[in-house]
Design a binder for this molecule. Structure first.
Ligand code: PGA
Ligand code: ZN
Length: 420
């Protein structure tokens, strides 16, 4: 019997980096084994798969035992498309609300991990094939706000850095760690109340407004760029759906005491892009505003800034098609648990690439120490990986990139960034 045939599947309740319940799935094959824990978002898009059934993780665990395992045992773990199709059939809903999108993700990823282990090859090679050689640039969250710090920091959720001038992964990681450290020192000077507190993704959580925090981050990037001798650029995840108030027809910046309508929001973002030479802005507008995204994308293009959709696209092929038609974005966040399976994720990456969007493989705010995201990013050839900078669950993915780079050896090269 082939070594990749599935013999058993087990699921259990574990905890994520926020201390919330999460599902872990183990897949046992004739000749191998794989395990995966599903991550969980705090600022989830409305179009995402339902993470868990109404009864939460325990209902999901029961569903794996009762509904999924009997259907998957005997199948070939290397036949990812078939396994993922069976997951859709067993669930029977459009948004995985019966078994949970997180449940589907954990099974799908654990299956891929089991297949690669049975075949005796690394997960990134199993996902991407023998010709894979490009490594992604790490997009790191250095200063956080919004929902990730329960409204106690800047209104904008994430201030990010991208070490565009790095020539290998080690240099890129060093740059992000140094910027994080330097930003911490500078924040202690800029905010007298700063005690070194960090949000869900390990980013500093100062009591500063967005622009003040960006000024500090710009200085940190400049210092580190001077020290290392290459450029480190900044970006934002506005997570604008969390600022949007339908009844006021405005984005409400509570810390700043500001309200901005759509036009003002577009102008504000463009001002920030110009002033801080931003290379990347994620979810600058609310998740249903495809037209607003398209307007901003047109205007940001000449400034060399990527406009990225996360809640806008939720890794969904249908929403990508809509965005492609309108020219709504130049980048897309790829979060496998937003759609549930690796097949759906690969389809989203392909659709995005065909539409000229840069795929950004991304963690969630609630994470585990699983390293799989690094393999997904390399295997699916995403030029950027968004994983945060600090915290064991973030560093687990970053260290995995170093291992992958080592395995690739002399053929390894950094991905080509579309703007720099
Ligand atoms: P999450 O958000 O809390 O939904 O994981 C992270 C993000 O918006 O990129
Ligand atoms: Zn986001």
């Amino acid at each position: 019997m082939s070594s990749t045939i599935i013999e058993d599947i087990r699921a259990r309740r574990v905890f994520d980096s926020r201390g919330s319940e999460a599902i872990e799935v183990e897949v046992f094959t004739v000749g191998g084994y794989g395990r995966a824990i599903a991550p969980m978002g705090a600022s989830r898009g409305r179009g995402e798969a339902m993470p868990y059934p109404p009864g939460g993780v325990s209902e999901a665990v029961a569903a794996v035992e009762r509904l999924v395992t009997p259907e998957l045992v005997g199948l070939d773990a290397a036949d990812q498309r078939l396994v993922d199709k069976v997951l859709h059939e067993v669930d029977g809903t459009k948004d995985f609300s019966r078994i949970g999108g997180n449940t589907a993700y954990a099974i799908s990823m654990a299956t891929a991990a089991a297949a690669s282990s049975s075949l005796g090859i690394s997960l990134f090679r199993h996902l991407g094939g023998s010709l894979v050689q490009e490594l992604p640039y790490p997009l790191g969250n250095v200063v956080g706000g919004g929902k990730h710090v329960r409204g106690r920091g800047p209104d904008v959720q994430e201030m990010l850095v991208l070490p565009v001038g790095a020539t290998d992964v080690l240099e890129a990681l060093q740059a992000n760690f140094l910027v994080h450290r330097r930003a911490g020192e500078l924040l202690a000077r800029a905010d007298p109340g700063f005690t070194g507190g960090r949000g869900d993704e390990g980013a500093w959580a100062p009591k500063l407004g967005t622009e003040e925090a960006l000024e500090v981050l710009a200085k940190a990037c400049e210092d580190v760029a001077g020290e290392l001798g290459f450029e480190v650029r900044m970006g934002l995840d506005v997570a604008a759906s969390t600022l949007w108030r339908e009844e006021e027809n405005a984005y409400v910046y509570e810390r700043e005491g500001m309200k901005r309508d759509r036009g003002e929001q577009v102008d504000f973002i463009l001002e920030l892009v110009e002033r801080f030479k931003l290379i990347y802005v994620e979810d600058p507008l609310a998740e249903e505003d495809f037209e607003g995204f398209a307007e901003l994308t047109r205007k940001a293009r000449r400034l060399g800034c990527l406009i990225c959709g996360d809640d806008l696209f939720v890794t969904s092929v249908e929403r990508i098609a809509r965005g492609a038609e309108l020219g709504a974005a130049t980048a897309i966040i790829i979060k496998p648990n937003q759609v549930g399976t690796l097949s759906d994720t690969a389809d989203a990456v392909r659709a995005a690439r065909e539409a000229g969007m840069v795929p950004v493989a991304s963690h969630r705010s609630g994470e585990s120490t699983d390293p799989h995201l690094a393999h997904l990013a390399v295997g699916l050839r995403c030029p950027i990986i968004k994983t945060g900078v600090l915290g064991g669950e973030r560093v687990a993915k970053l260290n995995e990139l170093l291992r992958i780079a080592e395995e690739l050896g002399e053929v390894a090269k950094m991905a080509k960034l579309p703007v720099a």
